[in-house]
Design a protein around this ligand. Structure first.
Ligand code: NAD
Ligand code: UFG
Length: 341
């Protein structure tokens, strides 16, 4: 199948492109490079033996999207493109609504105009808000998002649901990701945020390699076994395989569906630190800091619907995630050292 990956040059998109290519599909990567490097296609070529097609463009450019959907004879779209930094979304709400909401509307209009009505959307467990019970099931109510980024995910889910209700020939699957971490085992692609990382795993990796001095643990007084936040971490390769598994379902069913992609168990911040220390053989010094605004104590998924509908379940454990995250960090650190010399 020919699959358009909006935001395909980013962290999750690039891993999904690898899995799709290895599965015999032809991904076309459409990205404005606002948070990605054009070297990604070459890295995918090193992994799979073939560079995927890359088209530089913005999802808000409807005419261009229509052209690409037609010219590339696209069968389905996986929509990763968007801005994703929670803290930044509080400071720049208009940029987030413009990119994520307006961008999605333009994409949907382009899809309607070209008759491509198969969409898989990158949603997030953030749509559940503060969980009333755990594990989280898709039938649980969506909650109150605590920031503009989270609100864009909820609003896009609702837009897609309204669209499928109005025109039942559409198929829209919202994949609610839990916390993706790790990297491709080759160390060639992974997550390397600019500046100081917001998320736990890239931060821990940089402390282990000495690029940052100490990890601030945000809160150790939560109602969790060791007092620190608990999350359902999922290897990005498992997440990528989840998209490939959702594709045949999306092609053969109509209507709207939300499906969790998680492992089904939680690890605390301190458990992640310990696992990363073991994988890297390095010490990760921690400093206990106050809770971060908007954080919840714990969340983890009930991943059984993905198994039932797509025949998918996560295969990698926390050791795999930390090993591959550390391998990627070492590759990046070596590349940076080479650039500086
Ligand atoms: P990423 O920033 O690495 O990838 C997003 C890509 O979209 C980037 O390559 C960026 O250049 C591109 N992009 C942004 N705005 C664009 C636009 N207007 N037009 C074209 N391209 C544009 O992020 P990621 O971690 O790979 O996340 C992918 C998707 O998954 C996002 O929608 C994100 O909100 C969602 N998600 C991510 C996580 C996570 O923890 N990483 C969790 C839940 C959901
Ligand atoms: N944490 C620290 N120190 C840090 C960074 C994080 O202690 O430097 C803690 C947080 O307080 C939280 C846990 O580590 O308890 C995980 O935090 P992340 O920032 O890695 O992840 P979140 O669960 O807050 O959010 C992430 C993405 C969201 C997405 C959500 C669910 O940032 O975009 O997962 O998929 F919506």
């Amino acid at each position: 199948m020919r699959v358009l990956l909006t935001g395909g040059m980013g962290f999750i998109g690039s891993h999904t492109a690898v899995v799709l290519q290895e599965g015999g599909h032809e991904p076309v990567l459409y990205d404005n490079l606002s948070n990605a490097d054009r070297a990604v296609t070459g890295r995918i070529e090193q992994i799979t033996g073939k560079a995927p097609k890359f088209i530089e463009g913005d999802i808000r450019d409807q005419a261009r999207m229509e052209e690409v959907l037609r010219d590339e004879k696209i069968d389905a779209v996986i929509h990763f493109a968007g801005l994703k930094a929670v803290g930044e979304s509080v400071v720049k709400p208009l940029e987030y609504y413009d990119n994520n909401i307006i961008g999605t509307l333009r994409l949907l209009e382009a899809m309607r105009a070209t008759g491509v009505k198969r969409l898989i959307f990158s949603s997030s467990s953030t749509v559940y808000g503060t969980p009333q019970s755990l594990p989280l099931r898709e039938s649980d109510p969506t909650g109150e998002a605590t920031n503009p980024y989270g609100r864009t995910k909820l609003q896009i889910e609702e837009i897609l649901s309204d669209l499928c209700r109005a025109d039942p020939t559409w198929s829209c699957i919202c994949l609610r990701y839990f916390n993706p971490i790790g990297a491709h085992p080759s160390g060639l692609i992974g997550e390397d945020p600019n500046g100081i990382p917001n998320n736990l795993m890239p931060y821990v990796a940089r402390v282990a390699s000495g690029r940052l001095p100490v990890l601030n643990v945000f809160g150790n007084d939560y109602d969790t076994p060791d007092g620190t936040g608990v999350r359902d971490f999922i290897h990005v390769m498992d997440l990528a395989r989840g998209h490939a598994a959702a594709l045949p379902y999306c092609m053969s069913h109509e209507g709207w569906k939300a499906v969790n992609l998680g492992c089904g168990r939680g690890y605390s911040v301190l458990e992640i630190v310990a696992a990363f220390e073991k994988a890297s053989g390095r010490k990760v010094p921690v400093n206990f800091a106050p809770r971060r605004a908007g954080d919840i104590a714990a969340n983890w998924a009930d991943p059984s619907l993905a198994r039932e509908l797509f025949g998918w379940e996560a295969q990698c454990n926390i050791e795999d995630m930390c090993r591959d995250g550390w391998n990627f960090e070492q590759h990046r650190a070596a590349e940076l050292a080479q650039k500086q010399s």
